[in-house]
Write a protein that binds this ligand. Sequence first.
Ligand code: GDP
Length: 139
Amino acid sequence: MSGNRTFTMIKPDATTAGNTGKILDKIIESGFTIRAMKWTQLSKEDASRFYEVHKERPFYGELVEYMTSGPIVAAILEKENAVEAFRNLIGATDPSKAEEGTIRKMFAKSIAANAVHGSDSDENAAIEGAFFFSSREQA
Ligand code: GDP
């Protein structure tokens, strides 16, 4: 059975472009409840650790650099079948391939600066949520 929570970040391209409020509206309108949220900035060490699963990929260095280039908003979201529902809402990694109406189609600038993160499994949603929020903060 799939879980009802996922984890998201609004990425630096979207926060610095002033799109945080519009993206949060879209998330809430799509039926997600925000269970925890913070505006913060990742250090190089934070971003390297968060994206460690991608460390063998050729874009890892660029990804870490980009994710530390401005503020991010981290949030835990709740909805039935949350991981899949949220991946559908954000659209494909590359915004030029994302469907109309998805958050990445509407707000992403490129495959790297793609506006939002969404966990890809229940297991990663729990790990990523715990990266930013204590158990009390995500009750
Ligand atoms: P996601 O699950 O849709 O976020 O995509 P991935 O797990 O494949 O990649 C993680 C993140 O790495 C993406 O959201 C992008 O920010 C970044 N990324 C993916 N592909 C590329 C690429 O080819 N170049 C660069 N610079 N960044 C990329």
